[in-house]
Design a protein around this ligand. Sequence first.
Ligand code: SF4
Length: 650
Amino acid sequence: MNTSASPGGDRILPDGVTAAGEGAAAAPREGAVIPAQDPLSPSVPSSSAARRRPAVRAAAGGARLGTAPSPAAATGAATATVTVTPPTAAVASPTAASPDARSAAATAERPPHAAVRPLRRRARLVVATALRFEAMAAGRSGLPSDTIMIRTGMGPERAERAARVVREARPDAVAIIGLSGGLAPGISPGDIVVASEVRDLDGTVVARCASAPLLAGDLRRLGLTVHVGPIVTVAKLATGDERTRLAATGAIAVDMESGPIAAGAGDVPFAAVRVIVDSADQELGRVDLVRRGVVGLRTMRRLGPPIGAWAAAVGTRTVLLAEPRAFCAGVERAIEVVERALQLHGPPVYVRKQIVHNSHVVADLAARGAVFVEELEEVPAGATVVFSAHGVAPAVWDQAGTRELSVIDATCPLVEKVHAEARRFTTRGDTVFLIGHAGHEEVDGTLGESPGRIRLVQSAAEVDSLEVEDPERVAYLMQTTLALDEAAEVVDALRDRFPAIVGPGSADICYATSNRQNAVRRVAQEAQLILVVGSANSANSVRLVQVSERDGAASHLVENVGDVRLDWLDGVETVGISAGASAPPALVEELTEALSGLGRTDVAVRSVGRETVAFHLPKELRRAAAATPSSPASSPSSPSSSSASSASTA
Ligand code: SF4
């Protein structure tokens, strides 16, 4: 808790106030513990029975959790009186089920090879809150019924004492939730801040919270506005100049308890989730105090399920990285084309369609001056335009000529190879079947090589209905990003129907697509869950999800770390990660890092070989580079321009 005032705090509410209403119970006293039943205990009482049971008060001097002796008690250290009670309505969750039932349900949904794993003990979650009303809001928030709740009291000194109780709880996961003040511009009252790290007043990092983007993702799916960044813990309320000074350190929120509780958590996964009630430009006045406090507490009452899901995802885990994964040579080249065009011509440089199908790449280039357009009509006459890696139909080249645009062609050479085959087959009079998916830019471009003579075939089921002028003169081609097994099915059907059909001289499905599919299938043999990093419009990324699903692993496409739903990870001990050919490798690193915040994580690579492919830059850029000696494009050390294309994997 750190705000310029204390909504819901002890100063504005009489001591001993208890919450009323459904699911409410008395907020625990400062330093108090509400322990859960051991989730593995065969005699877990029903919550109604638990409610009827009287609380047992331990002697002052330490917490008692189960039968574990308290070090504080042993040393006679003075701590707040600790209340030990059975589970109460304050932490009852309407979604709570017995651990056995949860495990059984989870097992039923898992793929067959995962169903034989032993039942896992549910993580012991400790949730700390500072103030009485924060504790009551947390208690009504839908946290798991076996959550251990600790009320710290306000300020770092009290939180430090409570940290001992946290340690004694032998938690598997610790979270602190409550109200606090925002520091960074753009953070407003009502927003949520999830700590990426917790710092103390002198800037020392007390705890890193690597899983913050995962928790933030679940919170955003509730419709909340969530920021992830450092939280600083201070000794007294930060206002005015002190708030400005703290903001300058890079911290985005300030509180008074997270630091000591994070320290108390030790090595176990830790999360700090704060609801902002005041900010630099919206400090709390007396009029706003209660209103914002009430709004903040209401928001707190929504935090339980995501924090419960976060705790359920905690555990020891292995991450298997598929190799190869992420950027292919064609994508690296296309991105470099735009970067060099920006260097040569200065912004704006127009790009027709997304240069590659990845939102991060597009946003990054847009921030540097690239202007993405859907059609050439949007490009001013005479301007420079880049054609994307997916290629264009000849009609688009004609249109660019009419508008006197200066074109830099970033079409992948392997897409261009398919275009060349299309021209070769149609020139000699063949009917060409293009195996691919309608609406993909690459398919549109290839079909455009000879409209009418090239026909799209999307599945084996369509083959029976195909009619051609001359069954002796037919050929087939493929979109470069198809699934190998699906494409083979269609080719077989075409061969059955048209025995004279001929195919491309070499495989159209490119090396990058094939390698990534083989690698993800290798990982799917061991992993219970496959996460594929890529955008939804990336065909090769979507294919990776499909092929690993067909191999029996639960698989999901994620554009960002925050797209990973925490419940996917519940009970999952081996996660496989791959990334589509248009996805930046850094996103895989971010995802691996976030998973490591959920507990000890061993990372291993499962490789089907290494790629050593590179493509020359387009001639337009090479010519320009030659004419500009200082340009980086002319540098012999330039990685993309230094080697001719060659494709290989083991
Ligand atoms: S996925 Fe294949 S065809 Fe597409 S850009 Fe990469 S190498 Fe080229």
